[in-house]
Design a protein around this ligand. Structure first.
Ligand code: FMN
Length: 517
């Protein structure tokens, strides 16, 4: 690694990971990943029992799963309680951020769709072309959808604890530009930003919108993702030494040139040669999330992810996925539990189980069959409406979202069966019932699957859709020791991974790119 003063080439990354000095965290709230019970907690027998549990079981990570679109996952905006109007306004998201922050959520996650569902149609003359199903525009199937990164600093200014995780695609973006934006946001959020690394669904639209010659094959997208993330890590971790800013007016030295290092990269997909222009931020590398559970996706995650999102509605399959990801992480020489796995769940709470079941039925009835088919098309690349309803789903393959398709395979289902079930099944585990039932089910799911936390899926949308979970379920989770008594603070990395500093741990491949001096 060379400094900006001589700009000579850096040949090999340093293999000497160094522990960085602790950087003051953005929030005044100390990290409370594992709290010791206070004497005042040990009052009633119920309290005492939950205090004992606190010591022995995981305290769950909690995120909210949203997108800058009127309706998402459930396509439930026609639901009578939904509030889809505010999605384009800063005020709506600020109110949601305040609600989640006060409730003790760890982060607000914004998914992103760069494209939209498209399918191939054959014209009478035999030629084929790609079409956007009209229902996508008419019924708001992740359309309109706005850029999530634009909103983060506006939210960070509203709440000083909540973290923000944003999806960005390694298939569509460029590493240098992405690294610059996330590093800038790490500054503006005081170390509360995370990047959900995806290779993206909706691949056909990406081709149309970005001028790619063709859909990049699935596994090649992950090869590009590997190189993409390595290059961003070089920039974040290797671009600057610690304490580079001098800011001395009398000597006119703002930055010590010896502490800014030229980064070079010559790879299969990207080349780069120059300085990284963003000064070191609290975390440097944003907390790295990954989503996409195909075999290549898991292999990719095992190398670079600190947190992994899964979306599995069957607890047995979820447990197998978690085990498999941890096995892969261990084979990489990383701690088996060092990667935090977060499952996506859809929660409906009612005063009685029957009331909750009615609410679930209303949510399932909200979208049209056509809209759900379009949502599935976007996520998986498979146009179910264009197939024989009696065709077996097991015979289908896709170059787009393999995880979504695989959720319906191996069960002897036909295309028609899947279409009938989409509104009820698309997304993660469904939990429906009274607050007691939901809290118990969440605890059992965590124990049975060994996940580290949950993403609460967007349901019908609007602030009211989180109210029962926050008011009724979260206190019960706290009583059971499943949530910390006080919300976690500190940088996003410290609070989610238990890291002693906001910086990447020495066992992460990114640490190898740090300057040797
Ligand atoms: C919780 C969760 C969130 C996701 N968010 C996004 C997203 O915002 N944008 C996107 O294109 N794909 C998203 N995905 C989908 C995967 O990243 C997608 O399946 C992947 O890009 C294709 O890889 P796969 O074949 O390994 O599944 C998400 C998946 C999960 C489980």
């Amino acid at each position: 690694m060379s400094s900006a003063s001589n700009l000579s080439l850096r040949r090999t990354p340093s293999r000497r990971p160094r522990r960085p000095p602790a950087v003051p965290s953005a929030s005044a709230t100390p990290t409370t990943a594992r709290r010791t019970p206070r004497p005042a907690d040990l009052g009633s027998p119920r309290r005492r029992w939950s205090s004992i549990l606190k010591v022995t079981q995981k305290q769950l990570i909690l995120g909210a799963f949203e997108e800058l679109t009127p309706s998402f996952i459930s396509n439930g905006w026609p639901h009578q309680r939904s509030d889809p109007a505010g999605f384009a306004t800063l005020g709506y998201w600020q109110a949601l951020a305040r609600q989640l922050d006060a409730a003790g959520f760890d982060f607000l996650f914004f998914a992103d769709a760069l494209g939209y569902p498209m399918h191939e149609e054959t014209a009478p003359d035999g030629s084929s072309h790609f079409t956007i199903p009209e229902v996508v525009v008419r019924e708001a199937v992740q359309f309109p959808v706005h850029d999530p990164l634009t909103i983060v600093s506006g939210l960070a200014a509203t709440v000083d604890r909540l973290g923000f995780v944003v999806t960005a695609s390694t298939t569509a973006e460029h590493p240098f530009l992405l690294a610059r934006r996330f590093a800038s946001l790490d500054h503006l959020t005081g170390g509360r930003i995370g990047w959900n690394v995806v290779t993206s669904d909706m691949q056909t639209a990406l081709v149309r919108l970005l001028g790619h010659p063709d859909v990049t094959p699935h596994d090649q997208r992950y090869a590009r993702a590997d190189e993409f993330v390595d290059l961003t890590l070089k920039l974040w971790e290797g671009g600057w030494s610690d304490d580079p800013l001098v800011v001395d007016k009398s000597s006119r030295v703002f930055t010590d040139p010896a502490k800014v290092h030229r980064v070079t990269h010559e790879g299969r997909y990207f080349s780069l040669d120059g300085l990284f222009p963003v000064s070191p931020s609290v975390q440097r590398t944003p907390t790295l999330f990954q989503a996409g559970s195909s075999p290549s996706g898991r292999e990719f995650a095992s190398r670079i992810a600190e947190c992994v999102f899964i979306q599995e509605r069957d607890p047995v399959k979820a447990a197998a996925t978690v085990r498999d990801i941890r096995d892969r992480v261990e084979r990489r020489g990383r701690g088996r539990d060092s990667v935090k796995i977060i499952n996506s769940i859809s929660v409906i709470v009612g005063a009685t189980d029957a009331e909750a079941a009615d609410a679930r039925r209303a949510l399932t009835a909200a979208p049209s069959r056509e809209a759900m088919a379009a949502l599935f098309l976007g996520w998986s690349g498979v146009n179910l409406l264009g197939l024989d309803p009696d065709a077996p789903v097991d015979s289908l393959t896709t170059e787009v979202g393999q995880t979504t398709l695989a959720m319906y395979q191996g069960q002897g289902l036909t295309v028609g069966d899947v279409l009938d079930a989409l509104a009820e099944t698309l997304g993660g585990t469904k939990i429906t019932g009274t607050a007691d039932h939901v809290a118990e089910a969440i605890g059992k799911l965590a124990a049975d699957t060994d996940v580290d936390g949950f993403l609460i899926e967007h349901s019908y949308g609007g602030l009211a859709s989180y109210a029962e979970f926050i008011d009724e379920v979260m206190p019960r989770l706290r009583e059971r020791g499943l949530l910390p008594a006080e919300p976690r603070g500190g940088s996003l990395r410290e609070r989610l991974t238990g890291s002693p500093t906001p910086r990447l741990g020495p066992e992460h491949p990114g640490a190898a790119f740090r300057p040797a001096y």
